[in-house]
Design a protein around this ligand. Sequence first.
Ligand code: EPZ
Length: 418
Amino acid sequence: MEKLLINGGKPLKGEVMISGAKNAAVAIIPATLLVNGVCRIENVPDISDVDSIVKMITSLGAKVEREGINTLIIDSTQLKTYVADPELAVKMRASYYLMGALVGRFKNAHVPPPGGCNFGVRPIDQHLKAFKYLNCSVTTDDDFVKIDGSSLSGGNVYFDVVSVGATINAILAAVLAPGRTVLESAAKEPHVVDLANFLNSMGAQIKGAGTDVIKITGVPSLKGGTYSIIPDQIEAGTYMFAAAATRGDVVVKNVIPKHLEAITAKFLEMGLGVDEGDEEVRIYAKGPLTAINIKTMPYPGFPTDLQPQAVIMLATVNGTSIVTEGVWESRFQYVEQLAKMYDKISVDGKRAIIKGGAPLVPAKVTATDLRAGASMVIAALACNGTTEVDGLRHIDRGYEHIVEKFAALGADIQRVDD
Ligand code: EPZ
């Protein structure tokens, strides 16, 4: 089993290039199933979630070639089935995008319930509701969600919860559906906008992505073309928190600073230096920091996918900070693991109370999910002594070349086999 050995306690310094966005890639790759032509997708992150979704579409008959590390050439014109492979689907959450993509393409989809990180209950009722309002009939059995889209057509969908996945699934199902679809209370995350931009560049008619009302006019077909995925907001935020936790000076490059405003606002509130350029943000320590409170919310709020990284960073700041989880029912399980390094974080329902400023202690910790894993790496980078982080399969799902990127910032980090 592989693990990271991190000898921390040194400020990170230098520049880091941010990769393409995982959560855009895992939506855009299945969206190519709707395209009648060849798609060239650039800036695809080299991560295992991308490998998993590529395997899934390949098993449906798509032809996928890699050009270098970060470009995929996808030809889905010869798809042979609308039944997704159950063994592949349980490995990741984004397998649920095959529902929208296959029903859009074949007017039929059989897709197993999705896997992914465990944050308590992760329902898909809003996805299924959207399919029903687009005039599909949905049945579920032990193995599959079965969507019959023989009457698929545009409709009005009012989401009860702001859901990234349900918004994206509804867009995927609606782009080729005859008539007009209106999605109300839609998610506004950058990857929702990126998916809509990708589909529009292939001929779809989607308006309003990035607002809470998205309007789609169905088109008969989509053509192939080239598209480049946006930079990863969460990967960028992770390096920003690592820079802050080690009191370093890091320029995070290839980002869209607008996507990072909820994070930079909190850094300014804490007393960190933040310089924004056109496509980069510099984070640097310039004096003592103050404890703050954070609440995670859907975009443009503070992202839940940076909550664990924020919690451990605040452990390094004198005073009491409170972080409230406003998206997931249960996203603090990792605190138990983190307690091996810092035991002054208590969880009260959806709140973590962090009594910051005591030293972190090196330990052997296990990444329990993707972003929890990132928080453990940050803890190790901020801690004097050698920490071991295992459970790397979670981290590899979403961080491209994490060892090389942190090493280039001066971190003493190695990946070793036990
Ligand atoms: C996406 O998950 C991301 N995953 C998650 O990132 C991220 O945490 C989440 O959005 C919120 O930003 C991908 O994009 C692949 P949601 P998703 O549907 O779409 C409730 C990471 O670390 N809900 O927006 O599954 C749900 O329980 C991952 O990269 C319903 O009630 O999240 C939650 O409380 C982890 N019914 C809230 O909505 C539904 O049908 C938001 O979930 C769907 C969701």
